[in-house]
Design a protein around this ligand. Sequence first.
Ligand SMILES: *[C@@H]1O[C@H](CO)[C@@H](O)[C@H](O)[C@H]1NC(C)=O
Ligand SMILES: *[C@@H]1O[C@H](CO)[C@@H](O)[C@H](O)[C@H]1NC(C)=O
Ligand SMILES: *[C@@H]1O[C@H](CO)[C@@H](O)[C@H](O)[C@H]1NC(C)=O
Length: 332
Amino acid sequence: MNFHFCCYRIILLSFFVLSEGGVSARHGRVSTDPCDLYVRHKGHYVSSDQITVLMNGFSEYRIPLLLSLASSYTFSPLVSSMIVLWDNPLTPSPLLSQLSHNLSLISGSIHLIQQPSGSLNARFSSRPDLIKTRAVLVSDDDVEVDNKSLEFAFRIWASNQDSLVGFFARSHDLDLSTKEWIYTVHPDRYSIVLTKIMILKTEYLFKYSCGGPALMEMRRVVDEMQNCEDILMNFVVADDANVGPILVGSEKLRDYGDARNEEKNDSFREVGLSSRKGDHRKMRGFCIREFHRILKRMPLRYSHGKVIDSVGEQGLCKKGGQLVRCDDFSLG
Ligand SMILES: *[C@@H]1O[C@H](CO)[C@@H](O)[C@H](O)[C@H]1NC(C)=O
Ligand SMILES: *[C@@H]1O[C@H](CO)[C@@H](O)[C@H](O)[C@H]1NC(C)=O
Ligand SMILES: *[C@@H]1O[C@H](CO)[C@@H](O)[C@H](O)[C@H]1NC(C)=O
């Protein structure tokens, strides 16, 4: 196995050398820009029976939880490898080395990357050198989902590969009194899934990070607001695929960001989230308006219902303008 892997790499490398000789000669060197690299590596996103976990880490006090999530993910047969994106520029480097060491004890397939810029956009960088799977699971360091629900979500994604599949949903809406787009929660429909934990096609990382010039301006909004990267990803996907996201239910989903994580009712949970909840919503509404202004259209699409892995509650998904059972819902 190792032998084959080694030779496969060698063959690829020599292929690159041959095929890019012309480019190198003209520009003096081969670009290391991840956007260029992605295009060159595009054919290698072959593994479609596993995912790469892209986990955001920030809080030093949550490191024990991050380590436990990392071991739970890497022992899952669904996960091919894991990348921990450390977003906190103030973390002392000895602590990071310790973390890196501890992660390596769990598995050799976990990479710790300290984000250089502190830009939220960097969490969606396409990383063609590390990501070899067709799909990624994006998640925060404070959300835990049980294995069965994760596998279920992956199965749903596998038959709806153009959609975002997530566990937490929100909505855009038009405020009729002000005629403005707003960010909200609807009981019966949604158009946004949160990056707290979601599955998406790896290609969307490339579209998000490398698209321009409208996307460049939209990414600038994310940097200015230091928020809304998840909303922008929802815009990118909806605009590309013209479909809404898919919300899946889970048996056991813990959101350690909130003491009331046992509460199943998500809108209840949100009420307790922060005293600045109003500001948070306003900021997110502002992002939606900015993205709409820059794109000159509203790509977000509503979906209905939640897909769950049991008999009883039945989700409804929109297909060709009609509501159908979500287990019949597939673009393929
Ligand atoms: C690494 O693991 C050691 C031993 O379990 C623990 O004492 C230490 O706090 C951990 N540090 C980090 C940063 O993970
Ligand atoms: C998932 O499965 C792995 C391996 O079987 C196990 O170590 C881990 O604790 C499980 N995680 C959860 C959240 O159930
Ligand atoms: C969630 O909780 C809120 C506040 O208690 C309640 O108004 C709402 O109807 C609940 N929603 C669901 C879906 O149970």
